[in-house]
Design a protein. Structure first.
Lengths: 409, 435
């Protein structure tokens, strides 16, 4: 196929060339960057929290007045919850992964240090904490019943033993086992010995990774205490597989009945907490997919429209070429190649725009550099889209009978 | 003449319904997408209290650790300690001032049919109502004496009043909160600022409070704030230890009626911190700030970066749609070359042809814009269902409707100008020759 006549024909209608080229360039830039954002969000949403999410829910209690006995209430509530049929285990807890609310503290390796080595989310649980969350122990052991204390308003000390996640252990003690090591949750207090390491436990806050690397989202610490100031109690319940919804109703009813001097707050499944926690990322993903689909549709339809116009405008020339011996195939190829040339020029400009947009996102919104694979993928998709869009008009062109050449308008 | 051109335009558009639909739809999609993201972006960042946003200021004092700032690079905390809140209230140097915090209490209705429920409240001073101007339906704020005497008084939101008293004037009635009876002094009318600017720390798009009680009363009752609490140093044991700690958990706002007053207040703050430094507090360098409402909204990042990225991408999308329309319109006008040539030969001026084709382009733009408005409405509905907390900002207001119309007409005229100009360049002779 001769490319030269195509180029010289294109040069005569530069405007159309520029318009289609620009459209393809912008489309490439938007599609590549959007796909990159989408894939990052999908990856983020797909991260495992490290706990059982299918069979777990939280339920809370808010006692009335200054006379409310929160300690007894917590003990009675967990005992009640554990006794319900269908409950696998339950623990008091201050928060859950992905709930976007919780307690964080800096962890220090020495008493003397001024700034902490790593920040960590605190999960206040009892000896059932590990089993109730369905988290996995990697090393050492979890708490025993006699290690559990109450954390009151007057408490300033941290308990002597803690359990941390593997991510946090690796940060605090790279290349060695954290088991048995001592850290300081409070540099003025007693040291805290790490007695166990948990495989994985996400912090409550989504997007906590900003300053300490992506692993920071798993810097969690279990503390063997029940928080007993204020009148709030919160419990995490894990049910036998498949019985969550039924147990959730039963638990709410049982708690309402057991103690009338408090409110039982609506139970929430971890699945719902996850959905609400990632709401923004999910929305962004859906919106961007919508933009990509509409954009590709608009661009494809635009190419169809322009190509149809060209075919109509050149009907006579096509007829003449046919009359001079060009086959249908060569007419078809002419239009396909023309589109290939235009698309290629557009894509060349598009590569610049893509990295320009990526640079803007990096400069303003802490985005990362766009991996080449997205650009390559985008180029292939747009190339195919262009060829597919032009195929219809090009086929129509190839059907122009040679007799047209002899006809006057 | 206009009407005639309009008819000609419509006729020409009808001749190619598919191409016309493509152009109209392209513009509509571009307008719909960009207006949806722009509306959310604009309402999130727009001034929630325009008549006095420059008079209301947040008080920021840097009581943080000498080792590290509250937030990098060197931001003071967004809240203050009880020590400082109390001292500033006692001093009373601003025109109006209030310390406040978010709390959750069980509300225990008298009516046995309504089960007790956990309810969101705000502990504040009476100046809150004069500063943020929530409208009252019945009664009014409590007076300063109640602030001083830890009065058991409450101002209800209109929704709470509806729930408890069926919307009747409940002034003087009792409401039981956390085992204590409060007398209703006022009931608010519906009040939900688009952005909950007076407590951005605890969620810019959270619901407004169900009731308000005096700050001093909540402190006397040792009420733990349910909002954010940050400490850089361990508090001493007990409630008094907590109150005397360096933990920040109280929002402090002042109203300063002129810039002169603002300067005065800032120097008062600087003096205060200077005095505190002598007592061994405030180890960091002097870093007091008094951002006003709009500065605060920017400072606290109320508009999330996702919303900004969406605006950027959707306007790039609009450009693609416009380029698309320019191309198609150009194709269409060029196709009519011979017709244009004929009309020129028969005496039509370039000006006449220009207006005729611009009207045709305008028709496409306006219909695209109207459909675009409809798509924006759908888009905002989608935004509301995707982001549950954006109910207050994902709505069209008149300003945005006018912006949408202006945007679509501008877009269509811009898209129509070049093809129209090209059409007018057609020389009659060459067109007639080929006939």
């Amino acid at each position: 196929m001769e490319i030269r006549p195509i180029l010289s024909a294109l040069m005569r209608s530069k405007v159309a060339l520029v318009l289609i080229g620009l459209q393809i360039a912008l489309t490439l830039a938007i599609v590549c960057n959007s796909l990159f954002i989408i894939s990052q969000r999908v990856q983020m949403m797909g991260r495992e929290s490290g706990i059982n999410e299918a069979d777990t829910f939280t339920i809370g209690s808010l006692g009335f007045g200054a006379a409310f006995d929160i300690k007894t209430s917590i003990q009675e509530d967990v005992a009640l919850l554990r006794s319900l049929p269908g409950v696998a285990d339950a623990t008091p807890t201050n928060t859950t992964p992905m709930s976007n609310g919780g307690w964080s503290t800096g962890i220090n390796l020495t008493r003397e240090q001024k700034t902490s080595t790593a920040p960590s989310a605190m999960y206040f649980v009892d000896e059932h904490g590990l089993n109730a969350f369905g988290a996995k122990l990697a090393e050492g052991r979890f708490f025993t019943a006699d290690e559990i204390t109450f954390r009151e308003r007057s408490s300033v000390d941290w308990p002597p033993v803690i359990v941390i996640t593997r991510a946090l252990a690796n940060k605090l003690f790279p290349d060695q086992s954290a088991l048995g090591k001592q850290v300081y949750l409070d540099t003025e207090g007693n040291p805290n010995t790490i007695i166990g390491v948990v495989e994985r436990m996400q912090v409550p806050w989504i997007g906590w990774s900003a300053e300490d690397g992506p692993d920071a989202e798993f810097y969690s610490t279990f503390v063997p205490q029940n928080v007993a100031f204020g009148n709030f109690g919160r419990y995490l319940v894990r049910t036998e597989p498949g019985r969550r919804d039924e147990v959730m109703k039963a638990a709410e009813a049982a708690m309402l009945k057991s103690n009338h001097s408090r409110i039982v707050r609506e139970p929430r499944t971890i699945e719902r907490i996850r959905a609400e926690g990632y709401q923004g990322h999910r929305a962004m993903t859906i919106i961007l997919i919508g933009v990509i689909v509409s954009l590709l549709a608009v661009t494809a339809l635009g190419i169809v429209g322009m190509a149809s116009f060209w075919v109509t405008q050149r009907t006579k020339q096509i007829g003449t070429r046919r009359a001079l011996g060009a086959t249908r195939g060569s007419i078809l190829r002419y239009f396909m190649t023309e589109n290939f040339v235009i698309t290629s020029l557009g894509l060349a400009l598009g590569v610049l725009l893509t990295y320009g947009l990526n640079y803007w996102l990096m400069a303003n919104y802490a985005a990362q550099r766009l991996p080449l694979v997205y650009l390559a993928g985008g180029i292939v998709v747009l190339m195919l889209l262009g060829q597919a869009a032009v195929f219809g008009p090009a086929t129509r062109a190839s059907r122009v009978p040679p007799a047209v050449a002899t006809r006057s308008v | 003449m206009f009407y005639y051109y309009l008819q000609l335009g419509l006729h020409s558009l009808k001749r190619n319904p598919l191409l016309t639909a493509l152009m109209v739809f392209g513009i509509a999609l571009g307008i719909g997408t960009s207006m949806t993201s722009l509306t959310v972006f604009y309402l999130m960042g727009s001034d929630p209290i325009p008549w006095k946003s420059d008079k209301l200021h947040v008080v920021q004092m840097d009581n943080w650790s000498v080792e590290q700032p509250y937030r990098t690079p060197n931001e003071p905390p967004d809240q203050v300690t009880y020590l400082d809140a109390n001292a500033l209230m006692q001093a009373g140097k601003a025109d109006l001032q209030t310390a406040m915090f978010k709390l959750v209490w069980p509300l225990q209705p008298d009516n046995q049919d309504i089960k007790p429920f956990s309810s969101l409240g705000r502990a504040t001073y009476t100046d809150f109502f004069a500063m943020f101007e929530p409208p009252f339906k019945y009664g009014g704020p409590w007076d300063r004496a109640q602030d001083k005497d830890h009065g058991r008084v409450v101002v209800l939101s209109s929704a709470t009043n509806e729930k408890l008293f069926g919307g009747q004037d409940s002034s003087g009635k009792k409401v039981r909160l956390n085992e204590i009876d409060y007398t209703v002094v006022g009931v608010l009318d519906k009040w939900q600022p688009r952005v909950k600017f007076y407590d951005l720390t605890n969620g810019a798009f959270n619901d407004s409070e169900e009731y308000f009680v005096p700050f001093t009363t909540a402190i006397e009752l040792q009420t733990q704030a349910s909002g954010n609490n940050s400490c850089w140093d361990n508090p001493k044991p007990g409630w008094d230890g907590y109150l005397a700690s360096e933990c920040v958990w109280i929002q402090f706002w002042v109203q300063l009626n002129s810039t002169a007053r603002k300067d005065e207040y800032l120097s008062f703050l600087n003096n205060y911190v200077g005095e505190q430094k002598k007592l061994g507090r405030f180890p960091r360098a002097l870093n007091n700030r008094l951002p006003d409402v709009n500065e605060w909204i920017v400072d606290q990042g109320v508009v999330p970066s996702d919303a900004k990225i969406q605006v950027g991408l959707s306007f790039a999308f609009l450009i693609v749609c416009l380029v698309n329309t320019i191309g198609l319109l150009l194709a269409k006008f060029m196709r009519k070359s011979s017709e244009i040539g004929l009309r020129r030969a028969l005496g039509a001026t370039r000006g006449q042809l220009f207006s005729q084709h611009l009207i045709e382009a305008g028709v496409i733009g306006i219909s695209g814009g109207l459909i675009g408005l409809f798509l924006t409405w759908l888009g905002l509905m989608a935004v509301r269902s995707l982001y549950k907390d954006l109910n207050s900002v994902a709505h069209m207001d008149w300003f945005m409707v006018l912006t949408a119309i202006a945007l679509s007409v501008t877009a269509a005229v811009l898209a129509g100008l070049f093809p129209t100009w090209k059409a007018c360049q057609i020389t009659p002779a060459t067109q007639l020759k080929t006939q």
